[in-house]
Design a binder for this molecule. Structure first.
Ligand code: PLP
Length: 383
């Protein structure tokens, strides 16, 4: 790992980590290495590159940078996608073992867990992750607790530390999907989580131009098992995607700051807009997750979910925006808007009239003006 003269702050680490060693004429950025195979040596050593499904030099700087940001003692593992990383994490559950997962976790993670459960690979218990006592009740005999907080797109906030301690007390592995927060807002390894998952596709890469995932852990045996899964399942990232992700990571702190301040301003204005039935944003004082978010997180994030009067009004809003982009995904520089239930895989606990806003880094007045005009246009639509 790149050695630093002192303990650096996270926003500095995003800029300084994963750079090549200093030296005469040495580049300041890591090279993009496109090679599927590597020269054999006469005396093979542990960690030799061998073949591109096992390792690639372009993965290393990103894996080191992400580990440094998450406070991990071992390099992260980059995967083909967030769900590729999720599949590797689920593979730690022994056949027939129990997984406890938030009812409103990211739809893809739930679909994957349900598919595994349908084949008898695991037993699935879905919980309301904000209800600490309910979650703890279900942990008995569990092999893995999956935490997502705030959840996507309901933005429920969990008591992550208590849940992690309760899971460890029964010997369960704790996986935290930290995609929404990024390590700038929360570092799950610090409160004892075993594995951190990222959809790097979102904030870390930040430009909606790569699909990528990652796992971070400080446990040597766990990391080795996850890496073997990655190699044998071929869930590997293309070097160019990883190179782009490190480039994106350099501006993470600036993007998060802007996205969060925009989100706070828009959530506040939306909360008093007559066309909006409900605003979900942990930054709002009235939000049920506000106190927990304040206690546990270093920010409230860039995602705001709103509920309109009806599904029709929600569809009309999405159809009427001109600057916001109607598209799924989140965490990019551009603001995206989506009625989540239009996705067939979305949990039915997500209201039909819910629209998720991924707030980008544009000028907040332009974002507001566009939402406001679209809300007036859609106000005439009734269920
Ligand atoms: C997008 C997303 C994932 C899945 O990641 P992919 O990169 O799309 O495979 C997992 N968790 C959360 C919270 C997400 O937003």
């Amino acid at each position: 790992m790149t050695s630093h003269p002192q303990d650096l702050r996270p926003d500095t680490i995003t800029v300084s980590a994963g750079r090549p060693p200093r030296g005469h004429d040495s580049p300041v950025n890591p090279a993009l290495i496109l090679s599927s195979t590597f020269h054999e040596t006469e005396s093979p050593r542990d960690g030799d590159r061998i073949y591109g499904r096992m390792s690639n030099p372009t993965w290393d700087p990103f894996e080191e940078a992400l580990a440094e940001l998450e406070g991990a003692e071992l390099p992260a593992l980059v995967f083909s996608a967030g769900l590729g990383a999720a599949a590797a994490a689920l593979s730690l559950i022994p056949t027939g073992g129990t997984l406890v997962i938030p009812r409103n976790a990211y739809g893809g993670s739930i679909s994957l867990a349900e598919a595994e459960a349908a084949k008898g690979h695991l037993k699935l218990i879905q919980v309301d992750i904000a209800e600490t006592a309910e979650v703890i009740d279900h942990l008995h005999g569990a092999h893995m607790l999956w935490i997502e907080s705030p959840t996507n797109p309901m933005l429920e906030v969990a008591e992550t530390q208590s849940l992690t301690e309760a899971a460890h007390a029964v010997g369960a592995v704790v996986v935290v999907d930290n995609t929404f927060n990024t390590p700038l807002i929360s570092r799950p390894l610090d409160y004892g989580a075993d594995i951190v998952l990222h959809s790097v596709t979102k904030y870390l890469a930040g430009h909606s131009d790569v699909v990528l995932g990652a796992l971070v852990t400080s446990n040597k045996e766990v990391r080795a098992e996850l890496k073997t899964h990655r190699t044998l399942h071929g869930a590997i990232a293309g070097p160019f995607e990883v190179w782009l992700a490190l480039r994106g990571l350099r501006t993470l702190a600036l993007r998060m700051d802007r996205s969060q301040s925009n989100a706070m301003e828009l959530a506040t204005r939306l909360a008093s807009h007559p066309a909006i039935a409900k605003v979900r944003y942990p930054g709002l004082h009235k939000d049920p997750g506000h106190q927990r978010a304040k206690d546990q997180l270093k920010g409230f994030g860039g995602i705001v979910s709103i509920e309109l009067e009806s599904r029709e009004a929600a569809d009309a809003l999405v159809k009427s925006v001109r600057l916001w982009l109607p598209a799924t995904s989140l965490g990019g520089v551009e603001s995206l808007i989506e009625r989540r239930r239009r996705q067939p895989g979305e949990p039915v606990t997500v209201p039909e009239s819910l629209v998720r806003l991924s707030v980008g880094i544009e000028n907040v007045e332009d974002l507001w003006a566009d939402l406001d005009q679209a809300l007036s246009t859609s106000a005439g639509q009734t269920g």
